[in-house]
Ligand binder design. Structure first.
Ligand code: GLC
Ligand code: GLC
Length: 822
């Protein structure tokens, strides 16, 4: 059993099983994979939205609530006057049994009390714009029971920010209709909307409520809601105020008897379906044709079971592209299941909606979404392709990019603007990784325009490849006095704001007034450029365009010489130059002497490869930054605020960018160790931030043990080891790169599948099944000489292959590959 008192991994079922509802923090799962999404915690908390958590929120959620995580997809049980919820909240009655299983795209909560068992199984079926809850109520006692079940959801007026701020309007606009077992939330449908929310039950109901005041009360809380405690639905019709959806189900169950039915929460948008009918069928009566068809579909026997089976098939297929058997249980479990699963969430959500991202603050990030693709391209090529083109279209023709865009409109967010001088380079990484995986070089010719140009105005130039060239040219052009890239509002480290010297508490650190004419430079961007340029040069070479390849390689050489001549501090690479031309991340600084990002990117970009600096830089990371909970971002932490450095110095020592353990950038060092052939170190570092490895210290760690968190408190913080901001972090994609390509060494390449593992010396070997360009490679890696790295022989179906790149095989082929290290 698990060392974690709150739960355990069920690896066979690919579920995390939570055995107590009072987890150290709400432990979250996501429902949905395409366009309809739900956040669902282990107490059934959370909300749903279609495509965009800001602009199409369907159900309400109050962040920063007391208690934490209140409001969600609640079921109330009234069993002979005793009221409880299977998810424990909000009533928090003592349960005889509670279990929550977070699976891939679904969550099952099952609880029992006084001989009654209720199971609530929730998912969003693939391809559908709706959420299902399959509910089973069973009498496990020996007397007949007549329980009542009440569903409860609070509707959101779609635009989430307005919904939670503009009550002078919103309290007067709420409208609903009830037809049979279906509740229609139709606020604003009369004016500018062509969509509504449907909340229906597949079984006959004995009553309903749509007014929160009637169901809960004015002075009551959700834990003492009037209707479930009275056991009598009010059949209330909301007019204004706060519309909710609640069905009353009256059951009669003999001992041993059970009944199963379902609830459907659907987003119905007349512009999405082939609907040609009238908007209204009578004054104020909405046309319910589409909604009725949905209820009918899922009321048919077996329809809900089929939805869950489809979801399972969907995930079996996604995960089948990479599966490993290895001596390390953490790396195996995370790589096979949870890490890939988290990559789907970051691909879909970017940094928009989690327990820590409210869905209204940040949309899709340019830099973030490009990196998220690195962990996603192997799963669903078409979606990766579409995303790359969407992101590229938010770049401006001079090379700068909108830092964020809204998923619904695909338009850049003007408030955050651009001028983060690393953004554009990540597009090269995502594009090249997509081409290596899929072989689809045609994407380079896809027209995608620039955000500041009319589409089609100069169409022959507005291809994706043109964007990549624009990106390289931009960094080469925008350089400072030392020849290093200018940093703009920030580089990857959003909080290194060397050009925005903010002294005014009411402004954003990133966008506060620029200090005019500043020439602050970033070593990290230089390293990223070395990497990106090598990728683009390699791509050109693959396309047979040697002159272009050489041209980009020459730019790279220029940058490499600059890095080696101005950015080496003696034992590590410096981090930046500030607006006054003073160094950051050097022995010369009293605080912030050594930073992680420039070590990672210099090494990955190929700096220090021939002169020993790469190894020395990583050894310095080990000496100054590494801890058992991961690598802190810099040392010593800043003890006071420096306007000239920005937000990084605003955080208390040991958290976030001020010497916190920012898991995302740890992965670049992991890859660095793999590059240098240090497999033992790579795995030790991998373990230091691996959530599955945190179960023994869960009371300190607190966050979900099945997904990465953005940050763990560093050694300067009083809560060293406490994780925060789980789920939406670039760590997901990058760790999948570390484990699948660095440690297990399975690297998609233009001409085939390269195998170049870097493993602990003690490992006898491992096995990987990898689907690549339509063929399946069953790879066995043997390590008889107990080395970390170095492929000495490769056979494919018994035939020796020269080198370590597996050839591209006809689609459908299954090949047996044996790789020997030595
Ligand atoms: C957050 C941001 C990401 C940034 C990182 C470091 O994860 O989403 O864009 O690079 O913080 O500041
Ligand atoms: C990143 C950083 C965070 C900062 C934010 C600003 O998410 O992690 O510390 O406040 O960017 O956008």
């Amino acid at each position: 059993m698990s060392a974690n008192p709150y739960g355990f991994f069920d690896d066979q079922a690919r579920e995390y099983v939570i055995t107590r509802p009072d987890t150290p923090l709400p432990w979250l799962n996501y429902l949905g994979q395409d366009e309809f999404f739900g956040l669902c915690t282990n107490t059934a908390g959370g909300y749903t939205f279609w495509k965009d958590a800001k602009l199409r929120r369907l159900t309400r959620y109050r962040y920063n609530n007391v208690p934490y995580d209140l409001g969600g997809r609640y079921l109330y049980v009234n069993d002979g006057g005793t009221v409880w919820n299977p998810g424990w909240k909000p009533v928090k009655a003592k349960l005889d049994r509670y279990e929550c299983r977070h699976g891939l795209g679904y969550t099952t909560i099952a609880a029992g009390k006084d001989g009654l068992e209720v199971t609530q199984k929730m998912c969003v079926p693939p391809g559908e714009n709706l959420e299902l809850w399959q509910v089973t109520v069973k009498n496990t006692g020996n007397v007949a029971k007549s329980p009542k079940i009440y569903s409860y959801q609070e509707f959101c007026f779609f635009e989430a920010l307005n919904d939670m701020t503009n009550y002078q309007r919103t309290y007067s606009i709420g409208e609903v209709e009830v037809e049979g077992n279906a509740i229609y939330h139709k606020t604003e449908y009369r004016e500018r909307r062509n969509h509504y929310t449907l909340f229906a039950c597949t079984r006959d109901i004995s009553g309903y409520d749509t007014s929160r005041d009637a169901f809960v009360g004015i002075h009551e809380g959700l834990h003492e809601a009037k209707v479930p405690f009275s056991g009598k639905a009010g059949n209330s019709k909301a007019f204004g105020w706060n519309p909710v959806g609640s069905h009353e189900i009256s059951l009669h169950l003999e001992p041993g008897q059970e009944e199963t039915f379902a609830f459907i929460l659907a987003y119905v948008d007349h512009t999405l379906v082939k609907f040609t009918g009238e908007k209204f069928t009578a004054p104020y009566v909405i046309n319910k044709t589409v909604g009725r068809a949905i209820v009918e579909k899922y009321s048919k026997t077996g329809a809900v079971d089929k939805a869950f089976a489809d979801l399972k098939g969907y995930w079996d297929e996604n995960l089948s592209h990479f599966q490993v058997e290895s001596p390390d249980p953490h790396a195996t479990r995370m790589a096979n299941t949870w890490n890939q699963y988290q990559c789907m969430a970051t691909f879909n959500m970017s940094r928009s909606a989690s327990m820590y991202e409210t869905g209204i603050g940040r949309g899709m990030g340019f830099r973030d979404s490009n990196q998220d693709l690195l962990g996603f391209v192997h799963m669903i090529h078409d979606r990766a392709r579409e995303r790359i083109l969407d992101i590229a279209a938010t770049q401006l023709s001079d090379g700068t990019c909108y830092h964020q865009y809204q998923p619904l409109t695909k338009k850049g967010n003007a408030e955050v603007g651009g001028d983060f001088y690393d953004d554009h380079l990540w597009l090269i990484l995502s594009t090249v990784s997509y081409i290596k995986e899929s072989g689809d070089k045609g994407i380079l010719d896809a027209p995608c325009g620039y955000a500041d140009r009319k589409y089609g105005s100069d169409s022959e130039k507005e291809t994706l490849l043109h964007h990549l060239e624009t990106s390289i040219a931009y960094t080469m052009r925008m350089r400072g006095p030392n020849g290093l890239p200018l940093i703009g509002h920030a580089d990857w480290n959003d909080c290194l704001n060397l050009n925005c010297h903010s002294t005014e508490p009411n402004e954003s650190f990133q966008t506060a007034g620029d200090v005019g004419g500043s020439k602050a430079e970033s070593v990290m961007i230089a390293g990223l450029f070395l990497y990106a340029a090598r990728e683009l040069s390699g791509l050109y070479s693959f396309l047979g365009r040697e002159a272009d390849s050489d041209r980009i390689a020459a730019d790279r050489k220029t940058m490499l010489d600059i890095v080696e001549s101005v950015a080496w501090d003696g034992e590590w690479y410096t981090r930046a130059y500030d607006s006054q031309g003073k160094v950051i991340g050097s022995k010369a600084n009293p605080e912030g002497k050594i930073f992680i990002e420039s070590q990672g990117w210099a090494v990955l970009g190929g700096a220090g490869a021939d002169n020993g600096r790469a190894r020395q830089a990583l050894e310095s990371v080990h000496k100054h930054l590494y801890t058992k909970n991961g690598i802190v971002l810099q040392q010593p932490a800043y003890s006071t605020y420096h306007p000239e450095y920005g937000e990084v110095t605003s955080y208390p020592p040991g958290v976030k960018e001020n010497a916190g353990i920012f898991s995302h950038n740890n992965t670049w060092i992991h890859l660095g160790w793999c590059l240098l052939g240090e497999g033992d170190r790579a795995l030790e570092y991998y373990h230091s931030i691996c959530p599955s490895n945190k179960e023994e210290q869960i009371e300190t760690y607190r966050s979900e043990p099945y997904v990465y968190a953005q940050m763990t408190a560093g050694k300067d913080a009083p809560c060293f080891g406490e994780a925060k901001n789980s789920w939406l972090t670039g760590t997901a994609a990058w760790t999948f790169v570390v484990v699948s390509q660095g440690i297990f060494g399975i690297q998609p390449d233009f001409a085939g599948l390269k195998v170049d593992p870097c493993i602990p010396r003690g490992w006898p070997g491992f096995k990987v099944v990898r689907k690549f360009r339509g063929a399946t490679y069953q790879i066995e890696v043997r390590n008889p000489k107990k080395v970390s790295k170095g492929v000495v022989s490769v056979t494919v179906d018994g035939k020796v292959v020269a080198g370590n790149v597996l050839p591209i095989l006809p689609a459908g082929t299954v090949a047996k590959v044996v790789v020997e290290l030595g």
